[in-house]
Ligand binder design. Sequence first.
Ligand code: AMP
Length: 617
Amino acid sequence: MYSHAVCPALSGLPEVKITASQDKILEGGNLTFVCEVEGSPTLTVRWQTEALHSHFFTKLQESRDSALELVLYLTNVSSKDNLHNLTCEAENQAGPGERMVQLDIEFPVRIIFLNNAVPQHHWCFPFAVDGNPEPNITWLYNGKKLNETRYIYTQPIVDSGDGSEKHGCLFLDKPTHVNNGNYTLIVENKLGRDEATALGFFMHNPFDNFEGVIPCPTNKSDMDVTENPESRMYLVYVAVGLGVFACKLLLIMVLVVYKCGHHSKFGIHRSSVLGKEDDLAVSLRFMNFGTSPPSSDEDSGLSSFVENPQYFCSIIKDKDMCVQHIKRQDIVLKWELGEGAFGKVYLAECANLSPDNDKMLVAIKTLKDANESTRQDFQREAELLTVLQHQHIVRFYGVCTDGEPLAMVFEYMRHGDLNRFLRAHGPDAHILDESKMPPLGELTLPQMLHIAAQIASGMVYLASLHFVHRDLATRNCLVGEGLVVKIGDFGMSRDIYSTDYYRVGGRTMLPIRWMPPESIMYRKFTTESDIWSFGVVLWEIFTYGKQPWYQLSNSEAIECITQGRELERPRTCPKEVYLLMQGCWQREPQQRMVMKDIHSRLLALVKNPPVYLDILG
Ligand code: AMP
């Protein structure tokens, strides 16, 4: 029993002492407490017994040294009184005095409740158990031992105050259909054992109803999405020759067809970022291929897209680029990575993707609620993604199109999106970190420059294709092993980043904080507007992922940008880098630096990082 004074005895006040017959007792046993009061004349002495569940009676007696003793007899003690604070109080003319002991009643563990999983911050199986000594808790999943990880773990929620009931949750962080099943809670202490089972149903298997798969032509050159772009260019140049002119004509025609006929819904398009009613916004970014013909040294081999509904191919300088079809049965979903505006993104294991790798981790982007038109958009976009191959563009492996949901398979980038990564490696990391892990080190200047140079490299490639991204931001870049950074998302907004977008008229969402004045005012998106956004990306990198104009509302930010105010130089940013940012933020689009030069400057800075003293302290 634990005994402590509630307040120290003042002179003359009754001095209360409690002695127990034993420290702890088994449920059902008997216990005696003697409350001895000195400091006479004592007027009253009593045990607070109102909240007791156990049977009891009291007896007043006088001790050998004529102190007053009130004995409390507990019989057939109830486990409900475990941890109950038993108080003896006394009073004399000088005032009151009291003392307290805590009951320690041992009893076999039992489960009070275990409920089916409910969605909270993470999914939770709520449970409550009671037992003394404290029970050991383990779980079975479908009858087999469940090993707890940082994604599946037991955590107490609250101690229920009075008594020893423990409430808690088995938490599951972003479970998928793979985690559906029976979860059995087993509790044990030295006096007993109890178990109960609850059901976890997190989602339907998103890949149910897959039937066969449309075979992709097995011709190696058609299937190979790993092909080196340089060797492709070489072949292309040899093969095409004068045909380039014809292809360009064809390109213009195809683009006109695209422009008139289709609005995209998935991935690389922006129908969620930019609502349907926004004519300019819904136009395919790829239409920008037509805006200025590639110069010969920039031409990266992309000349036209021809639809072939069966094989899902594009012609790139006379060369079929076929979208690889990945068999449903080759994909095993592991868990959810996040949710984009178009559907969930999962980590999955994929077999037979590359000859040298039996199984690979991939990211699967699913498209929810597909209809006939979104299916067609999806096919076209898959063709276009197949074309984009660069070491700083996230790699697209192919599609899974039979049954629902439609899915695109991308290379898995371990550290997720760059914005989150920057915040996790910045000065506020400890505040933002939910995992309670020790904070990661802050990024160094050479690392920041390395990140920036990689994005610039990807942007040089996109610019060479006359592809306008229109939503370049750190949230749309991904970070892999070894600080490899790639442009990873072609314009899908995310729920978690919804504040980065400004809703204008109905469903149109604009990333105004990354947009130059001409895009804000006239919805004009060009390679030059991407350069402006790149400057903002640089600013994000050097502020460890701060939101541009974070101190301003959307309308205030628009006001500032259109009036020509610039984002301030971040504290850790050397002047050489800020000059680059300013080079991207020239009001006149034609005056902005070009992506190639930005990239070369960044490469030079990576080689020779400026010595930067943070004089602001
Ligand atoms: P998105 O639908 O592209 O907005 O992505 C939603 C979430 O999935 C983001 O939080 C990303 O971090 C994550 N994600 C998307 N693509 C990948 C990928 N290729 N590798 C790892 N995580 C990804």
